[in-house]
Design a protein around this ligand. Structure first.
Ligand SMILES: [Zn+2]
Length: 98
């Protein structure tokens, strides 16, 4: 087991089974609380985008899309971003680059 400091909130934490390396500096990672927090924000953004996508569909397709699970709707929204169909940026704690 390996101990890391959370690069987000600063808390020390122990890596858990299945922990995904967050590409942080050596000795740093993202703790479970912060991962859940970030995921929650992303989900909210994707839910909002999914609702926007749904509003552009015709009635039949909108009903089909509305019946999909939140996870599939989020995947669809994330896919639309990845394919460049929509441009989108997350607005939380972005560090200045360049
Ligand atoms: Zn944290």
């Amino acid at each position: 087991m390996k101990y890391l400091s959370c690069g987000c909130c600063g808390a020390g934490f122990q890596r858990w089974k299945g922990y995904v390396d967050q590409d942080q500096d050596k000795g740093f990672g993202i703790c479970a609380d912060c991962q859940a927090w970030i995921q929650g924000i992303e989900n909210k953004q994707l839910d909002k985008l999914a609702a926007e996508i749904q509003s552009t569909l015709n009635t039949g397709n909108a009903a089909k899309f509305a019946a999909m699970s939140p996870e599939i709707r989020r995947e669809f929204a994330a896919d639309a971003i990845a394919k460049g169909l929509v441009t989108f940026s997350f607005k939380h704690d972005r560090q200045a680059t360049g």
